[in-house]
Design a protein around this ligand. Structure first.
Ligand SMILES: *Cc1c(COP(=O)(O)O)cnc(C)c1O
Length: 413
């Protein structure tokens, strides 16, 4: 363990568990990693961090790996925070940024969580991992397992985006398609554990994925000069990213690194094709009921039941935020809007956040002067199904009638 990790803590009841051994769930619920923040404050400053290389490992003291140990890394982290004035103007906003996680290894922010989880699993001697995935987690797990020389088993719904299926196989993972949802895949991993002796890397079923995803919040704070934005929009599936960022902000506040006390209102965005968290939020419940017949092109947020549901809902409520569902049928248009205005390859999940931004600005919940950050959690190019279009064709032997041809070009460009 890093010399700053003090213990693990059951998120449901605060039970203290030792951090020097492999841990999974406590009472079927996730664990927090806790640090000696006073010791970290004495050991390192933001100025020192600023001189380190631009990967998520620059926050070394706030991460669970021993300071001397080598991580399993593909160079993940320090994704750009891009100002989006053109897109902002669409919604009457002055200050909008996209934090572009599509540029990370394997094309999604999953590289942060899986890089960390596999680094820690290797430290504890794990040689075989398995996980259910809605898509990108599988790709990242396969890549980092390969990097670590570990064996990986990946289970995904049979309608997972084709690139996710192919990348897992190409990266050497034993990849299986299941005629069900991610929850069915999760059951296969759980039930296969005894026979296959693998370590279950499911979202939040081991404590370290959150710590990797937490680095999104640390980077955001550093990139905004330790002054957090007013609103963060985040596409929420299993919720580790949102939970991790909220934890990051709390740790930074405790360290005294933040320039002001103000923390962002967190918006958990889902599609109305799968919105268990939004339903629980609207009903004032702390736990979410499984969402029936989950269906959305934004596969990363097609998670009908999340073990960390209460952690997501707690964070959203504590922040003064909201859980918002957008119309599934708008996702392709929002994707094209953001991509064509800013050149940022937003994935369908982030496109849902664009939809939420449209609504929340229209309703006045977000004010024109507020500083808003939207997370692009993955690369549009990983979703050929969502981008599908029939392009006009040219005959190399025929004369071109430009007027007729241009009339065929997809409108709205
Ligand atoms: C996994 C995933 C999400 C959801 O992330 P959580 O932190 O698990 O809620 C969102 N977008 C993309 C592209 C993903 O792959």
């Amino acid at each position: 363990m890093s010399r700053y990790v003090t213990h693990l803590e059951g998120a449901i009841d605060g039970t203290v568990l030792p951090a020097d051994q492999l841990q999974t769930l406590h009472k079927d619920r996730p664990l927090w990693v806790r640090y000696d923040l006073d010791a970290i404050r004495r050991a390192v400053s933001p100025e020192q961090v600023a001189r380190r290389s631009p990967t998520m490992w620059r926050y070394r003291e706030l991460l669970p790996l021993d300071l001397e140990a080598e991580p399993v890394t593909l160079g993940e982290g320090m994704s750009p925070l891009l100002r989006c004035d053109r897109l902002a103007a669409e919604f009457g906003l002055r200050h909008l940024w996209i934090k572009d996680e599509s540029q990370l290894p394997t094309g999604s922010f999953k590289s942060r969580g899986l890089g960390m989880a596999i680094t820690m699993a290797r430290k504890f001697g794990v040689q075989r991992v398995a996980l259910p995935t809605a898509g990108n987690a599988g790709g990242a797990a396969a890549a980092y397992a390969a990097r670590a020389g570990m064996e990986a088993y990946v289970f995904m719904p049979d309608d997972t985006p084709i690139i996710n299926q192919l990348e897992c196989h190409a990266a050497g993972a034993k990849t299986f398609l299941v005629n069900g949802l991610i929850t069915d895949c999760g059951r296969l991993v759980r039930e296969g554990k005894e026979a296959m002796q693998w370590f279950d890397l499911s979202t939040l079923k081991e404590p370290y994925r959150i710590e990797g995803k937490k680095t999104m919040g640390l980077e955001l704070a550093e990139q905004m000069e330790w002054r957090l934005p007013d609103v963060v929009l985040y596409p929420t599936g299993g919720g580790t990213g949102l939970i991790g960022m909220w934890k990051a902000f709390a740790e930074l506040a405790a360290l005294g690194w933040l320039a002001s006390d103000q923390r962002p209102r967190m918006v958990a965005v889902q599609s109305d094709g799968c919105c268990p968290i939004v339903r629980a939020f609207d009903k004032g419940q702390r736990f979410a009921e499984p969402f029936p017949n989950a269906a959305t092109v934004a596969s990363g947020i097609r998670v009908p039941a999340a073990v960390g549901d209460f952690m997501i809902l707690d964070a959203v409520r504590e922040s003064g935020g909201v859980a918002a569902a957008v119309e599934e049928r708008g996702i392709r248009d929002w994707l094209r809007l953001a991509f064509s205005r800013e050149g940022i390859a937003v994935c369908p999940e982030a496109a849902a956040c664009v939809g939420a931004l449209e609504r929340l600005t229209r309703e006045g919940w977000i004010q024109p002067e507020e500083r808003v950050v939207l997370f692009n959690t993955g690369a549009a190019q990983k979703y050929p199904e969502a981008l599908e279009v029939t392009l006009p064709r040219l005959d190399k032997n025929a004369p071109v009638n430009w007027e007729r041809l241009l009339a065929k070009v997809h409108p709205g460009a």
